[in-house]
Design a protein around this ligand. Sequence first.
Ligand SMILES: *Cc1c(COP(=O)(O)O)cnc(C)c1O
Length: 381
Amino acid sequence: MLPFIRSDLAQLTAYAPHPNSTDGKPIESVIDRLDTNESPFDLPSELKQKLAWIYQETIETNRYPDGGHSVLKEAIAQYVNESADLTQGAIAPNQISVGNGSDELIRSLLIATCLGSEGSILVANPTFSMYGILAQTLGIPIVTVGRNSEFEINWVAAQAAIETTDNPPIRVVFVVHPNSPTGNALTSAELKWLRSLPQEILVVIDEAYFEFSQTSVVGELLEKPNWVVLRTFSKAFRLAALRVGYAIASPEVTAVLEKVRLPYNLPSFSQAAAILALQQRHLLLQLIPLICAERAKLTQALTQYSVLKVIDSAANFVYVQTHHQAQHSELLPKLAQQLRCRGTIVRLLSSGLRITVGSAEENLRTLERLQVALQTIESND
Ligand SMILES: *Cc1c(COP(=O)(O)O)cnc(C)c1O
């Protein structure tokens, strides 16, 4: 260990986006990456051409980007208002903060709330791993609670943890709506609990999959000074390569996010792409019903296997478990490995497999390969 490096970083390993994808050589040539919940569809080529033109004609690469993201924030606010059920007025551009992916916003929120032994965070596992990973890199303690068989947060345990954790106290609760990896949206009981949390606790509701679920808490934000909603261009908007995410919150919270972020956190090209994606949202989001229909087909087909338990998803992925806890640790790693060597990469988690809904062809291949994989595992046993 280098003597000038913080000792708590010694136990951490760098985040690997496709942790298992390099072991075992695929025997099939068509590789389907269904482990990171991206859209299966690239930007349409007419939009790429438009973006290339914008790059060519309007971006001076010797100049710093717009550090205030003014045009983008205005476009985001308009989109948020159009797609939300707002009875109490509208979201203003100063209620938006933009990040280099929502990952950056998660880190900014952690810096703004918990850094320097000021607070701990609470998450309900299984959930998005980045909250815990980023908290660890900042030396912020993580309190975890579980979920019930429907994957609802054990909010009784969460409430107890909030009441008993001090030194440092819990300052932020992170939830995903709908949750990754399990795909379930927040229930009214969970929302009721989140509404009951005191003003001293920031509630972060990550709506990365909003365009698929069409369920949002943005309508409540204007009355909730301690709530933040996170969204991203990485999933439904097909811009994962360009790293654009945003937070929606009270002007007081976004002002703090603006303070702690890097001054030029978002390249001009990424800003231009996100603005174009919003202008062309009707074209881009047209494919959402198709992905949801594919999700239904995939779920239905997976349900045919008696050994598998498939959870209904409101997002662009499905979560697969086995019916008996004992089978989890046996079957799922083998299944992930068998799928991988046939060219389908899925996400293996300790409690299940998360499979991104791909294009119709990809999903057919997933099902074909899964069938062979299960047969192979059975005949090897
Ligand atoms: C994919 C995802 C994000 C998106 O992160 P970016 O940094 O914007 O790419 C955020 N939250 C959750 C829960 C996700 O699954």
